[in-house]
Design a protein around this ligand. Structure first.
Ligand SMILES: [Ca+2]
Ligand SMILES: [Ca+2]
Ligand SMILES: [Ca+2]
Ligand SMILES: [Ca+2]
Length: 485
């Protein structure tokens, strides 16, 4: 049961809150995004609002601190310049303007603090926003920007696969409001394909499995399927323009895919073995009880064959990684993907001679080819072939969060991983991939995907970030066909 303080204590806490200069409640002024503008440019940020203030007379003031000083920094409240008392009732618009001095390197940032005082001189709110210098890192071309908040950018989650088998990968967008829509990159835009049009029962009810779809070409027909993992485990094939049921556990708790995915276990896909048909993806199941098992859809598509399992053996090299296993891509170019374990050590496992064998490992080193390991808890590691010069998958490390500033690509170099492209290998280093800012600048939930959006081209990078007023989603591709990324 939740405890609540007696009324007298609550009153004391309120008085203390009003009297103290540092406030513990959520800030009453919010900017939907920070400022990102070029050095030497003036800016206006109209994205602020204040709400939650009791009606009355208030005065707002500004201060700034950071690696440079914003010139002519001014704010306004409902269009009136701040600094004097004015009546505020209900929510109010807050804007910020100024000039970023010329000659600054990209990525430099200033924190602007807004203070609200009442007529007694008491501080009633303190909030912050950022002003940052925009920039661009060489090596990447932006090929697409979401121009509508109603298309692919609106969807909270995107699964990648070539569901229709045309050789290019599609995005299956999933939203929280019942919508699920497939998008195809055609004529330079992500265009609508199949959609459930907000009906959760359309497409065989695939929406019910939206939180955990494992994508792979499990039957080897050249099209990717979506394996929906919930209390039922069901394989969906995209045929004749919609999703259709294939194999399903039909809720059986003795089903082995269910047993491996239930209660904290998980499934992931990849082409870990090249037995005919060679393009067929396998499925690794990691059960909550510590079994690690390799499955393959049988030839009839009616069930899953066991290829291999630890059968709970805690001495197997993979066991210590069981909470952190994933597809590591085909970094050595042998046509098979590896299983990558990301625990206190990072280790690759290759499926050879009917077992997952230990391959490369950090052996406890604190970096992978110069990238600090372990990564930050929210940082991304993408795998995919993003250049023209080798037929192998790269590892693409991307920092995430409010102060993210690094992005690095790496190749397997025979005995270890080595870095190729990095945004820090230029002067001045810009915390960007192309013009995509790595830092959140007032947004959140940056997400990154590699997608083969165009046949015959390297994988493209799809980047997306959420702001309270909109989503920023763009796509980039490397721009030097002769460079090794
Ligand atoms: Ca496709
Ligand atoms: Ca298939
Ligand atoms: Ca295979
Ligand atoms: Ca490469």
């Amino acid at each position: 049961m939740k405890r609540s303080a007696p009324p007298l204590l609550k009153l004391c806490a309120l008085v203390l809150t009003l009297a103290l200069p540092s406030l513990s409640h959520a800030a009453l002024v919010t900017f939907c995004s920070g400022v990102l503008a070029s050095s030497g440019q003036s800016f206006v940020n109209y994205s602020g609002t204040s709400s939650g203030l009791a009606s009355g007379m208030y005065r707002m003031t500004l201060s700034q601190s950071g690696s440079f000083t914003v010139q002519n920094l001014q704010g306004s409240w409902n269009g009136l310049a701040i600094g004097a008392f004015q009546p505020i009732t209900g929510s109010a618009t807050v804007s910020l303007s100024g000039i970023i001095p010329s000659g600054l390197p990209p990525g430099q940032s200033v924190t602007v603090t807004l203070f609200i005082h009442n007529t007694l001189g008491q501080l009633v709110d303190q909030s912050t926003t950022t002003v940052s210098v925009s920039g661009q890192s060489p090596g990447w071309n932006k090929v697409w920007t979401a121009t509508s908040q109603g298309g692919v950018a609106a969807y909270a989650k995107h699964y990648v696969g070539d569901f229709d088998g045309d050789g290019t990968e599609d995005l299956l967008g999933v939203d929280t409001n019942g919508w699920m829509t497939m998008f195809h990159y055609r004529n330079g835009d992500w265009q609508w394909g199949w959609s459930n049009n907000g009906s959760p029962s359309a497409g065989g009810g695939i929406y019910d499995y939206r939180n955990n779809l494992v994508i792979g070409d499990f039957d080897g027909d050249g099209k990717d399927e979506a394996l929906g993992v919930a209390s039922w485990v069901t394989l969906f094939h995209f045929d004749n323009g919609t999703w259709n049921w294939g194999w399903s556990s039909y809720g059986s708790t003795s089903d082995q895919l269910f047993a491996h995915s239930n209660g904290g276990g998980y499934l992931f896909s990849g082409n870990f073995d090249l037995a005919a048909p060679a393009q067929k993806d396998e499925l690794v199941g990691v059960s909550a009880s510590g079994w690690i098992t390799l499955f393959r859809l049988n030839a009839a598509g009616t069930g899953w064959d066991w290829l291999w399992s630890t059968q709970g053996n805690t001495a197997h090299g993979m066991y210590g990684y069981r909470h952190h296993l994933r597809n590591g891509g085909d970094t050595n170019g042998d046509g098979k993907e590896e299983v990558l374990g990301l625990a206190s050590w990072a280790t690759n496992f290759h499926y050879v001679n009917g077992d997952f064998a230990w391959g490369w490992s950090t052996y406890g080193a604190n970096h992978i080819g110069g990238v600090g390991y372990p990564q930050g808890p929210h940082d991304a590691l993408l795998t995919g072939n993003i250049d023209f010069v080798d037929g192998r998958d790269e590892w693409f490390f991307i920092q995430r969060g409010p102060t993210a500033s690094w992005a690095i690509t790496e190749d397997w170099a025979g005995s270890n991983f080595g870095w190729n492209w990095s945004n820090h290998n230029f002067t001045p280093a810009a915390p960007f991939i192309g013009d995509w800012p790595l830092a959140n600048n007032g947004g959140s939930n940056a997400s990154y995907l590699l997608v083969r959006a165009v046949a015959g081209q390297p994988k493209h990078l799809v980047a997306r970030r959420t702001f309270c007023s909109h989503r920023d989603m763009r796509m980039y591709v490397m721009n030097n066909p002769w460079a090794n990324y």
